[in-house]
Structure formats: C-alpha cells, structure tokens
Write a protein that binds this ligand. Structure first.
Ligand code: NDP
Length: 493
C-alpha cells in the first residue's frame, strides 16, 4: 500500500534540540531559530541555535568517550553489530525520515523516500559491514624486525554538512567515521536540521555510546566556525561551498592544524559528440541529471558542451525533456521537481538567470520563479543557449534548475572548455568512439568521469574532486582511510 505522507503530518513530532552526550538539550544560550519549509513558507518548529558553549560541551563529551575506548577501542565486530542495528532503526522509521526531509528542504517525497533515505541507510549498513573486514598491514622490512602499519581512529571528528541531501551527506561521513571508531559531532545546515536531529536518538537506541554521535544544529558562522577552530577537534569533514571549504582550511591553519576533508561542489561538463548515437535519449538523460533535486546537486551535469553541428537539434531536444520537470507540490507522489531549499537560495539562482540574460545568453526555456501563490520557493526548469564558457553562468555553481549549452568544434576545444573551470568534481562524455572515450577520460580533470551516461554513483565507489572541488574522497573503502591515523610500529625481534 502506498504511504499517505500527507496524513502523517499532523502526528509528526519535530525533534528540535541539540543532542549532546546522549541527551536532547536546549542550546546553552536558550536561543532558537525558525525551521521554515520551502514548500509553503510555513514555520515547522524552532530549533536550538548552538554556539561556542555547546560546541565545548560536545567536544568534551566526544573526547571523554574516545579516551575511555568504549567505541574507539572496542572489537570492530561490536561496532558492526551496533551500526547494523542503527541502520535497521533508520529503516524502521524510513517514512518519517522521508517526510521530515521533504518538509524541511522541499525535495519531492518520491526522491526522499526512493533515494535519500534508502541511500543513507545503505551507507550506514555498508560501512558497518566493512568495520571488521579491513585489515592492517605488515611492511617488507629487515628479517630481524617486524614493521606493523596500523590504522587508528583519528579522534574527535566534526562533520559539517549541507542542505541538498541532508541525511545522505551526513551518512557518507557518519558511516566511515563510526566504523573506524571515531567520536563524531554533526552540524547540519541551518535549512535542513530535522533528520540529523532525529537519527541521534536512533543511534543511541541502537547502542552507540553517549558522546560518540552528537548533533549540534546552528549557524555556520558560529557553531560551524567553533568546530573548525576548536583545539580539541582532530578533523573536519565538510561538504558545501568552495568558499566555506576554504574557511575550514583557514580555521585549521589558525588553530591546531586539524585534518580537513572537503567536498565542495562542481560545474560538471557534459560533453555530447555528434557520433554519440541516440540524441533524444542523451537529451533526456542529461535533463534528468540537471533537474533532479531542483539542480541542487554538486555533480549535476549543468554545463552542456555540444558539438556545433548538432547543437540546435540537441538544444531543442533538451528543452523538450526539461519541460516535464516543471515544479509541483513536493508532497504529491507524482512530482519530479519540488522546491528550492529556501527563498535566499531561490533569489541567488534568479540572480544568476538575470546575469545570464545580461551577458547575452539566450533563454531557451523557463527563467522565472514558479508557484508564487504557494508562499514557497520554486523556479522553472531553465535552459540557456548561446553561452560562452567565460560567462558567469558557465563558470559559477548556480545550484538550481539551470542548464547552459555551449558549442564546440572538435575534441581539443571540448576538453579545453571542460577543463577551464576552477572545479573538477565530475565530467560526463557521450561518444560511440571507444578510443575517444579512453583518450578524453584521461584528459578530463575530474574525480569522476562518466561515459555515455550522467549517473555514475554508488556507495562502493569513491567520490570527490580535483582542483577546487575538494580534498579527499567520500564513499567506498577509500573514505575509511581519511578518518584514521596511519601508525608505523617497528618491533625488534
Ligand atoms: P555553505 O557552504 O555556506 O554551507 C554548508 C555548511 O557549512 C552548512 O552546514 C553551513 O552552516 C556551514 N557554514 C556556512 N558558513 C560557515 C562558516 N563561516 N564557518 C563554518 N561553517 C559554515 O553553503 P550554502 O548553504 O550557503 O550554499 C551556497 C552555495 O554553496 C550553493 O549555492 C552551492 O553553490 C554551494 N553548495 C554546495 C554544496 C555541495 O554539495 N558541494 C552543498 C550546498 C551548497 P549554515 O547552514 O548554518 O550556514
């Protein structure tokens, strides 16, 4: 039976406090902020606004339990068992979590229920299962000695996450950080704190010890900055804008040189060659990639490079396949595109659309706010053509439902345009020429290259960027390394 999400709303109780040392508590200052739904502008609840004092308390609890060793030094098989229970409890509450995610940040309920929440559960499960399957090493060394290379948990980890995939971005960090034995303090984005707060008690119910997983809602400039500057935080794992990613590098440099891992977005090229085959299929897949999650995806293939002899045909097809992404009520199970996360972000995206017009690009579709009467934040699917790569709309991360089409003449020009960006998260490439596919995959400066598709993501595969798209990788076994110190021990026999 399909879940009636609307009917669930009246009985929802919004957890809205910080979760410190195993308990929900108000912020030390007593301050709260409004948690607003972008679906209709309604205030859902008032959330604790954590600040320096709350950060200090959480770090003290995280350090104490880390030193005690009840999680950091227990058998990894125990961590596996507890984390599997945690994933099981998330699964038990999956409908509630999906509804919270949709109300909080405006993505369609089909996306929350079919993508974000199952993906988050899978991340916790996958790292739980890995916890007791990753071995350390013995190095080749002198015959009269043994050289051990072991991984140890890094200590107190702060995870500062964004609003576009709130629980999933958190889970990509919680999974490997918990599996390797760290204490983790999660700061959700101010726009989307509800699922992070809710899962804290599920983690406790599963048996994760007090202080090992704590949640501090609040603002970036205060709670986020204090975590970044705290002398007893050993690592920050961040996803968000490049601008704030750089702040964390600065905070680390000005405090204790904590480890910093960054996933800071992109402006992914999607290169379509004339030999690529079925253009209708490519245009549809490209539109799906751009407009999924209202374009609020760091790897969205929004910079569409098209060989000039098929450009007009391709833009017409892209526009045709963009139209069905017209925004609608996120709570309707048939909706494919919902809201923008808040009115601030909506105005930011509309500002980019205006800049595109001013710089001389042509709007082939959309370009305006939608569903104004709802009180929410919505934008039409928008396609720009006649775009040059130096334009602002081709260089900056718009993070909204906006595609830009740029023409190219040949392979060299395509690679040149694709790589002419401060970002290098993902690049997509459509061709039936297998040599060209290999040749270009090597030349494209991106952490992920997808050939003949735009979708190429799984928890089993590493994700992260070249250049200003970040430092380090989320997902896969590679992510576990960054939450560990590597220790070398020599034993003389
Ligand atoms: P931010 O980078 O500002 O926010 C990401 C996280 O960092 C949030 O938890 C935020 O907290 C926190 N933060 C913000 N400022 C600071 C600070 N000074 N010190 C410490 N932590 C901080 O993203 P925005 O929400 O402002 O979005 C702006 C743009 O960033 C988007 O348009 C998009 O281009 C890009 N972005 C990229 C994402 C990605 O997946 N790579 C995800 C989200 C945004 P708080 O929310 O409380 O401010």
């Amino acid at each position: 039976m399909p879940v009636d999400y609307r009917a669930m709303i009246p009985s929802l109780s919004f957890r809205n406090q910080a979760f410190i040392n195993g308990k929900y508590v108000s912020a030390a200052s007593g301050r709260t902020f409004d948690c607003i739904s972008p679906i209709d502008g309604r205030v859902l609840t008032q959330v604790a606004e954590c600040d320096a004092e709350d950060v200090n308390r959480a770090v003290t609890a995280a350090r104490a339990v880390f030193e005690k060793g009840s999680w950091s030094a227990c058998h990894p098989g125990k961590r596996k068992k507890v984390m599997l229970k945690f994933a099981e409890l998330m699964a038990k509450h999956k409908d509630e979590l999906a509804l919270l995610e949709t109300l909080d940040m405006g993505k369609p309920i089909s996306t929350s229920a079919g993508g974000d929440i199952p993906g988050s559960i899978q991340a916790i499960q996958w790292y739980a299962e890995a916890a007791d399957k990753v071995y350390d090493e013995i190095a080749p060394y002198r015959p009269d000695s043994v050289s051990l290379i072991t991984r140890e948990p890094i200590g107190v980890v702060a995870a500062v996450v964004p609003w576009n995939y709130p629980l999933m971005m958190a889970s990509w960090k919680l999974g490997p950080a918990l599996a390797t034995g760290n204490s983790i303090i999660l700061k959700p984005a101010e726009q989307s704190p509800l699922t992070a707060i809710r899962i804290a008690e599920l983690a406790a119910e599963a048996g994760i010890p007090d202080g090992v997983l704590q949640v501090l809602p609040g603002f970036g400039e205060t709670a986020g900055q204090w975590l970044g500057r705290h002398m007893d935080v050993d690592m920050v794992a961040f996803t968000g804008s490049t601008e704030v990613g750089k702040y964390f590098l600065r905070y680390a440099g000005e405090s204790n040189m904590k480890h910093v891992s960054l996933e800071t977005g992109g402006k992914s090229p999607n290169i379509v060659f004339a030999d690529a085959g079925n253009l209708d299929h490519i245009a549809k897949t490209s539109a799906d990639g751009v407009f999924y999650n209202s374009g609020q995806s760091c790897n969205a293939p929004t910079r569409i490079l098209v060989e000039d002899r098929i450009k007009d045909e391709f833009v017409a097809l892209l526009t045709k396949h963009a139209k069905p992404w017209t925004p609608a009520d996120p709570l309707d199970p048939n909706t494919s595109m919902g809201a923008i996360v808040d009115t601030g972000q909506m105005n930011r995206v509309l500002g980019y659309i205006e800049a595109g017009r001013t710089e001389g690009a042509t709007v082939a579709l959309g370009g305006a706010q939608a569903r104004k009467d709802t009180g929410g934040a919505y934008i039409e699917p928008t396609v720009f053509t006649d775009v040059r790569n130096e334009m602002k709309i081709a260089q900056e991360e718009i993070f909204g439902p906006v595609a830009v089409a740029i023409a190219f003449k040949d392979e060299d020009e395509a690679v040149g345009i694709a790589n002419e960006s401060i970002y290098g998260l993902q690049a997509n490439l459509w061709t039936r020429d297998v040599s060209r596919a290999h040749r270009l995959s090597r030349r494209l400066k991106a952490g992920t290259v997808v050939v003949n598709n735009v979708w190429g993501s799984d928890i089993t595969n590493p994700f992260g960027g070249y250049k200003q798209s970040g430092i380090g990788r989320d997902k896969s076994l590679h992510a576990m390394d960054k939450y560990c110190q590597v220790k070398n021990t020599y034993i003389q026999l």
